[in-house]
Design a binder for this molecule. Structure first.
Ligand SMILES: *Cc1c(COP(=O)(O)O)cnc(C)c1O
Length: 418
């Protein structure tokens, strides 16, 4: 009996928290404090030695609390709980997804190096990679989800940056059309290009599938990124981010976080703990609803093409294979579709919704819809938009936890208004 292993969802209410240290409170309180009292000066000295990497922790030695830019119970317990879903050694929580992405890239890329990335990535990430990093003499090479290994290698050769690539950044499924990027293929490419002095790490933005439906660390990635604003937070009431991986790599990310100063505060950590308790419940319900929504859209005469992972079949070849192997057949809860009639019809649809909210962001309890071409992806280069089919008529829906009948009723009445 003693070797029984609890599933993550069974541990979200208790893991890493000791009620006896907090007056017996069942729930972890908010540790709304900037600094922590040391019992004696020797403790303060020891905690700093470890926090600043002057020596490694000895067996059984705990890293005591110092100052909330370095550590705080709400942050640490959330990090420990989030790690359970992906089976990672450690996690670092940030005050936003962009905070996690920028700190990770700045830790692993140095001036003179280059990042290989899959296009399109989230708009903020795209801006960081193509507009901000070049100011620090860090170049980039973009590849498409539809490129096979040969095509990727050709683009790398052509870029003239082959010897400089030091990090591979992927986002899969690609937002908004659910195009899948093959993580294991990029692992192979990293292993072929790396040298002793230049280990090439692979980081994957797993926001779209959340920690329930896809586990990049098990597929060859070194680091996983989340915008915890989305499924993990799940209630459209917070902005947060996370980076997960081995203790060694996350130790480095946390070092960068300490000096960038972009860790999450105690209240955000506390809200995330609340959210993690229902993560699986919410995501499973959202996936069930999305399946019904996609089925409805698939047969509607005013809808042209529906982009939904559950629509992939053997006929889709490599994409179907990646879906099976990488997503374990999980279909997610993001659906995009082309409405007949272009931007005018798409806007008419969005303006007619009564239950679904017209807003960007995703993964929340309420259903949200938006127009990628003029909103989330308005900054993406025209040729990439063409290549991955971000058309004027495309609408993206993040399916929520409402009664599926009501979501479908709303879509149907909004389509009728066109
Ligand atoms: C929202 C989002 C981000 C950015 O996260 P923030 O929490 O808004 O900073 C990064 N990647 C993806 C895929 C996202 O959807």
């Amino acid at each position: 009996m003693s070797d029984h292993q609890f599933a993550p969802e069974s541990q979200m209410m208790s893991f890493g928290y000791k009620p006896e240290l907090s007056e017996g409170a069942i729930k972890c309180p908010i540790f709304q404090t900037s600094t922590f009292a040391f019992k004696k000066a020797e403790d303060g000295k020891a905690f700093f030695e470890i926090a600043y990497g002057k020596r490694t922790q000895s067996e059984g030695e705990e890293l005591g609390l110092i100052y909330s830019r370095l550590n705080n119970p709400n942050l640490q317990i959330t990090e420990n709980r989030l790690s359970l879903w992906d089976g990672s050694e450690d996690a670092a929580i940030f005050e936003s997804g962009m905070g996690a992405i920028s700190s990770m890239l700045f830790e692993f890329l140095k001036p003179g190096q280059a990042v290989l990335y899959s296009m399109p990535v989230y708009g903020g990430t795209d801006h960081l990679i193509t507009k901000v990093l070049p100011n620090f003499n860090i170049q980039c090479v973009g590849v498409s989800p539809l490129d096979d290994k040969e095509a990727v290698m050709e683009k790398i050769e052509k870029s003239g940056l082959k010897d400089k690539i030091s990090f591979i950044y992927l986002e899969t499924p690609a937002n908004p059309t659910n195009a899948l990027v093959d993580i294991s293929m990029f692992r192979e490419i990293a292993d072929e290009l790396k040298t002793e002095e230049n280990p090439i790490y692979v980081g994957v933005d797993n926001t779209y599938m959340g920690p329930i439906w896809q586990h990049p660390l098990q597929l060859g990635a070194d680091l996983v990124i989340y915008s915890a604003t989305k499924y993990i937070g799940g209630h459209s009431d917070l902005v947060a981010g996370a980076c997960l991986g081995s203790a060694e790599l996350i130790g480095r990310v946390k070092g960068m976080r300490t000096f960038m100063g972009n860790m999450a505060g105690p209240h955000t950590g506390w809200l995330l703990m609340r959210s993690l308790e229902t993560l699986k419940l919410r995501m499973e319900k959202q996936a069930q609803n999305a399946e019904k929504v996609a089925e409805f859209l698939n047969s509607h005469p005013k809808v042209d093409k529906v982009y939904y992972l559950g629509n992939l079949t053997e006929a889709d070849g490599r994409q179907y294979k990646i879906f099976k192997e990488q997503c374990g057949g999980n279909k997610g809860a993001m659906v995009a579709f082309d409405i007949k009639g272009g931007e005018k019809a798409a806007f008419r649809f969005l303006n007619s919704m009564k239950l679904i909210k017209l807003a960007v962001s995703l993964g929340s309890t309420e259903s949200l819809a938006e127009h990628p071409a003029t909103m989330t992806h308005s900054d993406v280069d025209e040729d990439i938009r063409q290549e991955i089919a971000i058309t004027e008529s495309l609408v993206r829906i993040s399916v929520g936890v409402e009664d599926a009948k009501d979501i479908i009723w709303d879509i149907e009445q909004a389509l009728t208004s066109i």
